[in-house]
Design a protein around this ligand. Structure first.
Ligand SMILES: CC(=O)N[C@H](C=O)[C@@H](O)[C@H](O)[C@H](O)COP(=O)(O)O
Length: 223
């Protein structure tokens, strides 16, 4: 079966939180057009409004719905209802948190079945460890992504490096395509992800967050 993400391709994550001056579907839609013109093979976007807007660029869309809560750590597309809304908005692939952490919503296995069997879409499973990736693969994930490495209390890290070791461990242990995501802040880092065996690589901040890019320059020149 042909997958919607291109092997060896660059996925651009077009996301801006409410405190970001570029927050909103208009800006994220424009980012998606720019990413498409630059050669991206797909877009990752948060929320139904942004998914609809980025869809206009004509690329496959990984839709997620971040629902932050003080009560539980899981926030990426925690419910079947969120999956339905993203599908309705035009997502081709739905991204979920597939870690076994406490959640308010539905279990990863149920979400994956719903996405792949009921909605007929692809399930993009964000994990933080190789055991979690293996479990997601067993549950029927279409892709396993390293997105949450460094962002759970048991995978916390002090540097800003991507988790190449996790990519390699996953590639060695599962047949499901492994997508590299998280801290691929230069073209060289993205290239190395593919050299480690990643199927594709997702880049967000380094392409679509001018505020963070500016901060990086200012840190370097002002010390
Ligand atoms: C941990 C989490 O919630 N990551 C999010 C997932 O959607 C986004 O905030 C990241 O920007 C995205 O994963 C891309 O990563 P980077 O921006 O490092 O290229």
């Amino acid at each position: 079966m042909t997958l919607k993400l291109k092997k060896g391709g660059l996925v651009v994550s077009c996301q801006a939180r409410a405190d970001n001056p570029l927050h909103g579907a208009y800006f994220m839609g424009a980012m998606a057009f720019a990413a498409r013109d630059g050669g991206a093979c797909a877009i990752r976007a948060n929320g139904v409004l942004d998914v609809r807007a980025v869809k206009a660029a004509g690329l496959p869309v990984i839709g997620i719905d971040k629902q932050f809560s003080d009560a539980v750590p899981v926030y990426i597309t925690p419910t079947l209802a969120a999956c339905d809304a993203l599908a309705e908005a035009g997502a081709d692939i739905i991204g979920i948190d597939a870690t076994p952490r406490p959640r308010r919503g539905d279990e990863p296995a149920r979400l994956i079945r719903h996405i792949t069997e009921t909605l007929g879409l692809e399930a993009f499973c964000d994990i933080a460890t190789s055991d979690e990736g293996a479990a997601a693969a067993d549950m029927g994930a279409t892709y396993v992504a390293t997105t949450l490495s460094g962002y759970t209390d048991y995978s916390a890290r002090n540097d800003d490096m991507p988790d190449y070791a996790l990519i390699e461990a996953l590639v060695a242990s599962i047949k499901t395509p492994v997508v590299a995501e998280g801290r691929f802040s230069t073209p060289e880092r993205a290239r190395r992800a593919l050299d480690c065996g990643a199927y594709a690589v997702v880049v967000g901040t380094a392409i679509t967050n001018p505020r963070e890019i500016t901060r990086g320059f200012v840190r370097q020149i002002e010390g």
